[in-house]
Write a protein that binds this ligand. Structure first.
Ligand code: NAP
Length: 434
């Protein structure tokens, strides 16, 4: 019997566990270890609460966890409760699927002012991440800004612009729903350092902006190149740019606006003790499509600034790390002998949830090729891990425990919502009566 530890229970972790279970059939035990007693990582804490169809992929992960040979070990932080080197003693291979939950920094003056939050923090706040339950983003001003023109920026701008009614059927947590309902924000400016042809937003997500109850997207027609310049774009981007062109032609008709401010590079965030405005420098593109400052600056008012400029993987002691890429140093997923990484921890924060499936399968194939079924039986796997953690006073949880938490969250849901998430670690554990 082989023993594998998959660290992280988000999409990358579950797809890798699924692939390992298939590759080894009944010849391996796979433990999915998570720092929390609730699984799914990005699906629970990252995917927007009003995108329930995307969250439904968790049902597939449940089947993996229910399958023979796969176990969930929750409430264990690798790096502090147990070291990677210790896991390597206990398991035939360790696969880090820890995602990229840390916000990248802009590196400009004023970034640390109150009122400036990273998208991981803001998204975590409305999605019930225990680290951000107390974020309390300032929603009392009329203007907010989101920096970056990717899908996360779209999520943040949309969530800031929806009515309570539009959150029906979502699992946005109660504290965020109430705060957003009382928000005074009328204008959300999405700040892009390059132009409409350089957006990282996808058409389905962008299209949603046209159907908001009280908010309308606004774009300067002058920001677009001539129409024929759209022709060579790849089909997805061409569709997105087409949507943006449609937004530029809309007549102002709603009380709130989502303004796209293109060719605007943030150079400072200013305010008296808190964010009040972003100073941006007007840019133009060089021949390679990079943003060049023109020297012209202006202010974008914003008492809440959400930076949505990408994420990085937190380093773990003893694991080689690529500082520039913000991920583990690896070659096609292999970090070292018997140590691998998958998903965003392997390749950085890009692609859709589905991208993690081939990624996990590819790494599982590599492992299967390097570590044939069998083995000396020297590795103790979960039994050894639980003994070690028990000795350190760490209380581990399992998938049955998660099912009980899930049932309680479902029972606590407001009408029409699938769940009211617990937003504190001790509330999860409290639901288990331990
Ligand atoms: P992203 O797609 O990489 O977008 C990051 C944005 O930040 C880019 O527009 C980038 O502009 C900008 N940026 C980076 N550094 C900047 C700086 N210093 N100043 C100003 N702007 C800066 O990242 P993301 O939005 O965080 O999304 C991560 C991944 O999750 C993506 O693959 C995304 O598609 C996916 N996702 C999908 C969904 C969905 O399918 N519904 C929802 C959310 C996220 P430049 O291009 O100029 O660098």
């Amino acid at each position: 019997m082989r023993h594998f530890a998959v660290v992280g229970s988000g999409p990358a972790g579950f797809y890798t566990a699924e692939a390992l279970a298939k590759a080894y059939e009944d010849q391996a035990r796979i433990d999915i270890i998570d720092r929390y007693s609730v699984p799914y990582g990005l699906i629970r804490f990252g995917v927007a609460p009003d995108h329930q169809s995307l969250k439904a992929v968790a049902k597939r992960y449940d089947k993996v966890a229910d399958g023979s040979g796969v176990d969930f070990i929750g409430n264990v932080t690798v790096g502090s409760d147990v070291a990677v080197a210790e896991l390597l003693d206990l398991y035939d291979a360790v696969i880090l699927a820890t995602g990229a939950p840390h916000d990248r920094k802009l590196g400009i003056p004023g970034e640390d002012l109150p009122g400036v939050v990273g998208s991981a923090e803001f998204v975590g706040w409305y999605n019930g991440h225990p680290d951000f339950a107390d974020l309390d983003p300032p929603l009392g001003g009329q203007s907010a800004a989101v920096i970056g023109v990717g899908n996360v920026a779209l999520d943040c701008a949309r969530i800031l612009s929806k009515t309570r009614h539009e959150f029906e059927g979502s699992d946005i947590v109660g504290h965020a729903l109430d705060a957003l309902e009382n928000s005074a924000i009328k204008t959300v400016t999405i700040v892009g350092r390059r132009g409409p042809h350089q957006i990282a937003m996808t058409p389905k997500e962008l299209g949603e902006l046209a159907h908001l109850e009280v908010a309308l997207p606004v774009i300067e027609p002058a920001d677009f190149p001539p129409l024929e310049a759209d022709e060579p774009l790849d089909p997805g981007l061409r569709k997105s740019v087409g949507l943006l062109r449609g937004f530029a032609a809309l007549e102002a008709s709603k009380p709130k606006s989502i303004v796209f401010d293109f060719f605007a590079k943030p150079v400072a965030i200013e305010g008296a003790g808190k964010a009040e405005q972003i100073i941006v420098e007007r840019t133009r593109l060089d021949d390679n499509g990079a943003a060049l400052g023109t020297g012209e600056t202006y202010a974008v008012p914003a008492s809440l600034v959400v930076t949505a400029i990408g994420y990085s993987t937190p380093p773990i002691d003893g694991v080689p790390y690529d500082d520039r890429g913000g991920k583990f140093l690896n070659a096609s997923g292999k970090i070292d002998d018997r140590l691998y990484c998958v998903g965003w921890a392997r390749r950085g924060p890009s692609g859709t949830i589905g991208t993690n499936r081939p990624d996990g399968y590819e790494v599982a194939e590599q492992i299967a090729a390097a570590i044939p079924p069998g083995g000396s039986g020297a590795r103790k796997g979960a039994e050894g891990l639980k003994a070690l953690l028990g000795g350190r006073g760490v209380m581990v949880t399992d998938y049955e425990d998660w099912r009980r938490i899930e049932e309680t969250e479902a029972a606590n849901a407001r009408p029409g919502s699938p769940r009211e998430k617990f937003v504190r670690v001790d509330h999860w554990l409290g639901a288990l009566d331990r």
